[in-house]
Design a protein around this ligand. Structure first.
Ligand SMILES: Nc1ncnc2c1ncn2[C@@H]1O[C@H](COP(=O)(O)OP(=O)(O)OP(=O)(O)O)[C@@H](O)[C@H]1O
Ligand SMILES: [Mg+2]
Length: 354
């Protein structure tokens, strides 16, 4: 897939912008605060209806402007597709595909796909488990047609279950909340086990690639590994195991008024040379690990979608980074359309050929 036209209005500091990108490599060059990251962010938003900086729609709307608009036109397989997204201070967000209004945001994930890398992504290594869960969910939603709907359904059941846990206490005399809880638990286990199974499948599939990409980036013998840590214990991808775990934690859940096990509490363990990166990694190691992970995900999406997604790389701002980037891209079986921002194009051109 690739974009043939990008039109933006009132997105961040960008008033009006029209670009006709190259199907291969595109460099976005400019001084600090020119709006380079914002261009990548707008492309990513056109693919996923969210900001890779976690910014809300209000923040993305240009200060003082009424309506913000993103239009992406491009080829997905053989078909020419147009995505338009617009919202404003007094207008609800509207998404259109080829001129037709979209009612479910999840359906946007059927069109353009993108993998992004921004310097803040090292939060993946140092941040809380929710950062890692969000990353998994975002890319699985792009890779798997049903994942996002299953996740939304799971979150809806969790909210209802938690409301019940808050409202009642465990009481032998009053069996009705327990009966209701059993209904929620049955559904929760069905969706939760599916989500865990899909996360596990992705993590296992690309574990070897991550190690390989990390070695390429660091040009050494270091071993980067990652694994899934489920709050519901081992084999929680099986519905029965998950259901049992819910049963075991029921007393505690009533006490705290929230559900303590399930994919909403799980984490990814990232380990470099047998040491958890969260506690031990240097900034450089964290950056290399994040790049290796993002490239492995890029590969994974290419396989799943049968064509490479867009690759958005923000400010890899040193010679070393370009050497690393070149080492990585040489390993990629396929590369599609790439957008790369930089304040220092000369360094990039000197650094390495991509
Ligand atoms: N909603 C908004 N309205 C107006 N300006 C905004 C809005 N949000 C962000 N900005 C400004 O837009 C400018 C561009 O930000 P951006 O992060 O895209 O720059 P950049 O070119 O990537 O810079 P750097 O090289 O420093 O990373 C910044 O000055 C920022 O303060
Ligand atoms: Mg920037």
């Amino acid at each position: 897939m690739h974009l043939t036209s990008i039109k933006l209005s009132n997105f961040r500091n960008i008033g009006e912008l029209e670009m006709h990108p190259n199907p291969a490599l595109n460099l976005i060059v400019g001084p600090n605060a020119a709006g380079k990251t914002s261009v990548l962010e707008a492309i990513f938003y056109g693919c996923t209806a969210r900001s890779f900086r976690g910014a809300s729609d209000d923040v993305l709307l240009r200060q003082g402007a009424d309506v913000c608009r993103i239009e992406l036109v491009g080829m997905i397989g053989d078909s020419n597709t147009t995505i338009e997204i617009a919202w404003g201070s007094a207008h609800k967000r509207q998404i259109k595909v080829d001129g037709v209004k979209m009612t479910r945001v999840a359906d946007l994930f059927d069109y353009f796909h993108a993998v992004s890398f921004i310097p803040e992504d090292t939060e993946l290594v140092f941040g809380s488990p929710s950062v890692r869960r969000k990353m998994l969910d975002l890319y699985l939603s792009q890779a798997d047609r049903n994942y996002l709907s299953e996740l939304l359904e799971y979150n809806r059941i969790i909210a209802q279950r938690n409301a019940l846990l808050k409202e009642f206490t465990i009481d032998e005399e009053n069996a009705s909340p327990l009966e209701m809880l059993e209904v929620w638990d049955g559904q929760l286990a069905a969706f939760g086990a599916k989500i865990i199974a899909k996360r596990l499948a992705m993590i296992t599939t690309i574990a070897e690639r991550i190690a390989q990409y990390y070695r390429a980036v660091e040009s050494g013998e270091s071993l980067l590994r990652w694994s899934y840590e489920s709050s519901a214990g081992d084999n929680a991808e099986g519905r029965e195991t998950f259901l049992n775990k819910l049963l075991q934690s029921r007393r505690r859940d009533f006490y705290f008024g929230s559900t303590s096990v399930g994919p909403h509490r799980d984490d990814l363990l990232i380990v470099l040379n047998d040491r958890p990166t969260r506690d031990y990694a240097s900034q450089g190691e964290a950056k290399s690990a994040t790049l290796a992970i993002k490239f492995a995900i890029f590969d994974y999406l290419s396989d799943r979608l049968h064509e490479p997604p867009l690759l958005l790389l923000d400010e890899l701002s040193s010679d070393l980074d370009y050497t690393r980037l070149a080492a990585l891209t040489k390993l990629l079986p396929r590369l599609g359309q790439v957008f790369l921002t930089t304040t220092k194009p000369a360094e990039l051109l000197q650094g390495a050929s991509i």
